[in-house]
Design a protein. Sequence first.
Length: 402
Amino acid sequence: MLTREDFLREIPKTDLHVHLDGSLRLSTLIDLAKQNNVTLPSYTEEGMRELVFKDKYESLDEYLKGFFYTGLVMNSVESLERISYEFAIDNFQEGVRYVEVRFAPQLHINDSLSFEDVVKSIDCGMRKAAAEINKNIPENEPEFRYGLIVCAMRYCNANFSSYYKKFFDMHKYSSECECISLASLELAKAAVKLRDESDIPIVGFDIAGSEWGHPADDHKQSYDYVHKHFLHKTVHAGEASGPESIFSAVTSCHADRIGHGLQLFREDKITDLSIKDKKSYISGLVNFLADSRITVEVCLTSNLQTMPELKDIKEHSVLKMLDKRLSVSICTDNRLVSNTSVCKELKLLTDNFSVSEKMFKDIVVYGFKRSFFHGSYSEKREYVRKCIAYYESIVQKYTNGK
């Protein structure tokens, strides 16, 4: 049952780790590029699949190439509304009932687009789609819900965007590291302010980008700020760097969730010479994550594409995470760049790992339980119960021999 594509499509699902700029419809990217005179390597979907958005990549640099093109068309209110609207529709059509879409506003700010414009445009597209979807949802089914996660960049410089160029120019007496920290804090303050002054569901704060050599500690001030203002925290950690990066995320950044966590069990990735007993260090970290219910946002396809040392999906650490009873949620990371969907990721899991029906249900349910739900705790509990009940009804339907 767990490997059946129709079952995976029908059950209610979540995606807690998905980047908007990596999840455009390819047809929309081509259309917007034509409208905005943006040069692409090809103007056909087949050509772009062959040259840019592949099933396999030689390196992380090749993987990231696609974001250069998507970023070029995400530069207006109209394009951001369209992209986010289509993103929500695409998620619902494969059975996703709750999604938290993340994006880096400072990459899209320009002379005609402010921080508020960027966030409001994305919310507008998501909100429009949700309204259309929910007016046709049967009473016994959970409605489509969403949240927005804003991302600061672990590393950035003046070449990242017109916003960053101005920011670095204005802080020419600060070091690069200081500018990165200041830009991150500015985003944290902007996110909290807009959340408090509007009904936009800004539910979380994140840092994304190059992990190696750019520790989460550089963003401690930002995370302290959002933590004190009750904004949820997730941190890209343990994707390229090892257990120490995850340790920093939970101790310096108050992480509620960890993005990727792939290298959690890698003793050889520990670089701190003061850590003598690496096995004990990892064991303590794993137990802390499990006991604190800090959820790991696992992105199987993305990890396989960006980590050259991961030769076979069966080598992925997700099974160790499940064996250690960690809270795990299966996510897409980038629907376009990784050519994937939530259904594909769940099928990749069930096709390659020994996952019991109970374990699978736990994974699906954790997505709802560990979401940064926009609303009261009571509202979240009611929504989660409805999602679980609907999931169980689908299981019963297939158990009875559909």
